[in-house]
Design a protein around this ligand. Structure first.
Ligand code: ADP
Ligand code: MG
Ligand code: MG
Length: 881
């Protein structure tokens, strides 16, 4: 113990700002006390004490003990009760609480202070022997488990024996006589399992409990949770000791969990569950299925109204949606905990958006309340509502999204198989914090018991895993590894689909669709985000439909419109083949002209969709042989014609030429072969025709008064000379068309930076380019010397696992290598041309951490696939905040 350091705080000495010292639970209890809310009295032993305990061991507790005793006397004083007293005994709870929320991961002990004598005093006081004995048996059970490490199964077995014998279902139905017997059996279990009798001295109980809570910081599930949630291991937990209040004193008592808004949908309504005549853990443990909070309106209208006011007060005070624990003792409400509630991505967006409208938070705060990862979750799949399906069961929809996978009953097995990337649906009667390692690896979660606030539901929501709970029709046979629903049997490894949005369970695989995203709130939220972003978000779109979608999702331009697909459609492919096969320039020009006419119409459509916003069209990039059939197929056809005696027919001659051309274009490494601007250099007429088609479309629209902002982009440039030549050709073609329309229209011409050399000589290239767009897919391949298709499924995963690549470089920019080249290109490019426009059009343009990097090196925009625009917009905002 450091002298002069305060380790113990009364509730009235703390506040919400002291989270690091008092833990979230303790700090908020203190804050609620100062708000005048009905919180029982208590005190908090700081996280600093826990950290000291972890260094010094039990000796620390001995030194701290006088302070703890002093605070217990204070509690006795304010409650008018005596700890261990034989008249009016004080009972306390000893609760864990870390600076970062780790729901249910550490331990808490209730009803501490009971022993063979105080239990009689409690009986006397409450005139309720059943209640007193119920508290005592709960206490022994909890204490034995948490403090002495005795398996709960021993106790559950005794309880079920009694329930079976009495033919009842629930613990709270066990009559007093049986409870007395159960208690002595429990004490025997403690004796035989721990070798010591159950401690009767309340002070000894208290000391052991505090130590156990300290220790629970390092239990297996807490350690696992911290790893998954990225929480540092050295924070420690605070210990809150507070007076017990009782929700299990009869039918005017109860306990519950309450969210100030719906954590699944974000609806502004009280949401939660309660149980009449129950204590603490009963609701979350999923032992009895609780009633929805709305039912409290009838059961106890004044408590419902009071809760509404508490929820509103806490929300306004903490400026966030609250997750509140409460207990009602003989008609009086007590608040036992409040914290910012975990919520689904969908709810997060709606709540952030509505709280701004309600004046609770400002836009900047709102934008920080949702992570790009959550926006990504909004893109969860759903079961196709138009499909004609029949579900086998329906439970409570606890975490949205649909998941298909093989059924697994064992938590460890779910972990193992999930780790290997196999989608499994974990099916359990209920889950406990011990199961976290398996839950986090499952594709989906199905439980037969528990409600919206059950452990499974909570964890699934925070991890974004689809989850259905309380599906009571499902009868689980854990030993036989199967479950039945009516007639239907599902065995381990059978495939099912669960829908955490509707609560339905389907046999086998079912059609899934992309999600609807609560659009109204999402748009409002992302518009707020845009106010803070410096970086713009553009989209990669090849078709008018994609462009429409991109605009709807808020794209400020099209950063990459590839023209290849226009050639691939079946009616055009044969014309494209004529272009490639032509031996004489005139033949090629003929075919090209046909193609250009078709392309022009495509351009008219997409330029119109994008009117008012920039759109960058990239000229032909892939190797020409991608447009030709496979040589072996052509040879086969040719052989057939010959065998039919038609070897001299025009068709056979055509095939012969085609075959020769295919062989001529054969490449060992097409990725580094005759592609990109190299085609434009050797066949200038191809790029020229494309440039003309673009200019024609633009001029036609301009004549109609449409605001066209099209730019032309050249792929795979590596030298200034290439860009110089091609720019001249393109400019000439555009000017020629513009003049024929009587327009003075010119367009910006730029290039992709997708080869290391291009980055290195960016200043040279910039002399002939109005803009750069980093093609980071190819730039990554060429910088790392890795072909993506060959790496995936071979060494890429191993390289990430071995830490050679910190992340998959095709998803997250390799900043050290590719990033350094980009930075160099930005600097060199801008040194040659001050107003050079800079963007990125590789897949990295939709990845949050790569977006932050693009922002830092000063790009003007990121361009990503339409579906990722919402993620990119929020990432761009976060990067600026
Ligand atoms: P956790 O962090 O796992 O939620 P808590 O410390 O919140 O653990 O306690 C678990 C349950 O015990 C809660 O539902 C809470 O309402 C109940 N509880 C804790 N302290 C008291 C108390 N003094 N009186 C009545 N119930 C309590
Ligand atoms: Mg709690
Ligand atoms: Mg490329």
């Amino acid at each position: 113990v450091k002298t002069g350091v305060k380790y113990v705080y009364r509730f009235d000495e703390g506040n919400a700002g002291m989270v690091n010292l008092l833990g979230g639970k303790g700090a908020n209890l203190a804050e609620m006390k100062s708000l005048g809310l009905p919180v029982p009295n208590g005190f908090i032993i700081s996280t600093e004490a826990c950290r000291a305990y972890m260094k010094e061991g039990v000796g620390l507790l001995d030194q701290l003990w006088p302070k703890i005793v002093e605070h217990m006397h204070y509690l006795e004083h304010v409650s008018g009760k005596t700890f261990g007293g034989e008249e009016n005994p004080l009972l306390v709870s000893v609760r864990s609480g870390a600076p970062v929320s780790m729901p249910g991961m550490m331990d808490t002990i209730l009803n501490l202070g009971l022993n063979d004598r105080t239990v009689l005093a409690l009986t006397e006081n409450t005139r309720d022997p059943r209640f007193a004995h119920d508290c005592y048996r709960r206490f022994i059970q909890m204490f034995a488990n948490v403090v002495l490490g005795i398996d709960l199964d021993h106790f559950e077995k005794v309880l079920s024996e009694h329930k079976k014998q009495l033919n009842i279902k629930f613990d709270h139905q066990i009559p007093e006589e049986n409870l007395a017997k159960i208690i002595s059996r429990f004490k025997e279990i403690v004796k035989s399992e721990s070798g010591e009798p159950f401690p009767q001295d309340p002070w000894a109980q208290l000391k052991m409990a505090i130590e156990a809570v300290f220790r629970s910081w390092n239990n297996k599930r807490a350690v696992t949770y911290r790893k998954i949630a990225n929480i540092p291991d050295d924070l420690g937990t605070a210990v809150t000791v507070m007076e017990m209040v009782f929700g299990n004193l009869g039918s005017d008592c109860g306990t519950g969990v309450l969210f100030s808004r719906n954590p699944s949908t974000g609806d502004k309504e009280l949401f939660g569950e309660f149980l009449i005549n129950a204590q603490g853990e009963d609701v979350v443990a999923g032992i009895r299925t609780p009633q929805p909070i709305g039912a409290l309106k009838e059961v106890s209208p004044h408590i419902y109204e009071e809760l509404k006011i508490v929820a509103e007060t806490l929300e306004r005070h903490f400026k966030d949606m609250q997750d509140i624990e409460f207990t009602v003792e003989r008609g009086k409400l007590y608040i036992l905990q409040t914290r910012n509630g975990k919520r689904t991505a969908k709810a997060a967006v709606r709540i952030a958006s509505e709280m701004v409208k309600e004046g609770i938070i400002d836009a900047r705060t709102a934008v920080t309340r949702v992570t790009p990862k959550e926006i990504e979750q909004l893109l969860h799949r759903q079961v196709d509502p138009s499909a004609d399906l029949s579900s086998i069961a329906e439970g409570i929809a606890a975490s949205p999204g649909a998941a298909t996978g093989k059924v697994v009953f064992d938590v460890d097995e779910a972990e193992e198989r999930g780790k290997r990337g196999e989608p499994v649906i974990l099916v359990r009667p209920e889950t406990t914090p011990e199961d976290i390692h398996g839950l986090s690896r499952a594709a989906g979660l199905l439980t037969s018991r528990g409600g919206q606030t059950s452990h499974a539901a909570l964890v699934a929501r925070s991890l974004g895993i689809p989850c259905v709970v309380g599906c009571e029709a499902v009868n689980i046979d854990l030993i036989g590894e199967r479950f039945t629903v009516g007639e239907f049997t599902v065995k381990k490894d059978d495939v099912i689909t669960i829908d955490g949005t509707s609560g339905k369970v389907y046999p086998g695989e079912v059609p899934l669709i992309e999600p609807s995203m609560h659009e109204e709130y999402l748009h409002h939220f992302l518009d707020m985000a845009d106010m803070f972003a410096r970086l713009q978000v553009w989209a990669n779109c090849d078709t008018p439909e994609e462009a429409r979608q991109a605009r709807k999702l808020g794209a400020k331009g099209v950063g990459l419109c590839r023209t290849e697909h226009m050639f691939r459609e079946s009616d055009r492919l044969s014309i494209m083949q004529q272009v490639i096969v032509a031996e004489k320039v005139e033949d090629r020009m003929d075919a090209l002209e046909k193609l250009a006419r078709l392309q022009k119409d495509d351009f008219v459509e997409i330029f119109q969709v994008m009117q008012g916003l920039p759109i960058i069209v990239r000229l032909l990039d892939p190797p020409l042989n991608e447009f030709l059939p496979k040589g072996k197929d052509v040879a086969k056809k040719l052989a057939q014609l010959r065998s039919e005696g038609r070897g001299e027919s025009p068709e056979a001659q055509r095939l012969e030429i085609l075959l020769k051309r295919i062989e001529g274009l054969q490449e060992g490494n097409p990725m580094l072969g005759f592609r990109g601007c190299r085609i434009g250099v050797l066949y200038p007429e191809i790029y020229e025709a494309q440039a003309k088609a673009i200019a024609q479309a633009a001029c036609e629209l301009i004549k109609r008064g449409v605001d066209v902002k099209v730019k032309i982009m050249v792929p795979l440039v590596a030298t200034g000379q290439e860009m110089c030549m091609l720019r001249a050709n393109i400019e000439k073609a555009v000017a020629e068309i513009a003049e024929s329309y009587g327009e003075n229209w010119r367009c910006k011409i730029g290039t992709m930076i997708e080869l290391p050399r291009a980055a290195i000589v960016a200043d040279e290239i910039a002399e002939y380019a109005d803009f750069f767009s980093f093609g980071t897919n190819d730039l990554t391949q060429t910088t790392l010397g890795v072909s993506r298709d060959d790496a995936e499924g071979k060494f890429l995963a191993a390289y990430v696992r071995l830490g050679i690549y910190t992340e998959d470089p095709f998803r997250t920019l390799d900043r050290k290598g590719v990033g350094a080249l980009m930075k160099m290109a930005v600097e060199k490019g801008r040194s040659a041309k001050k107003d050079l426009e800079l963007g990125i059009c590789g897949e990295h343009g939709g990845d949050p951490s790569s977006i932050a990097f693009c922002d830092r090196i000063g790009l003007d925009y990121v361009s990503c696939s339409a579906m990722r625009i919402p993620v990119a917009r929020l990432s761009a905002a976060h990067s600026s905040l």
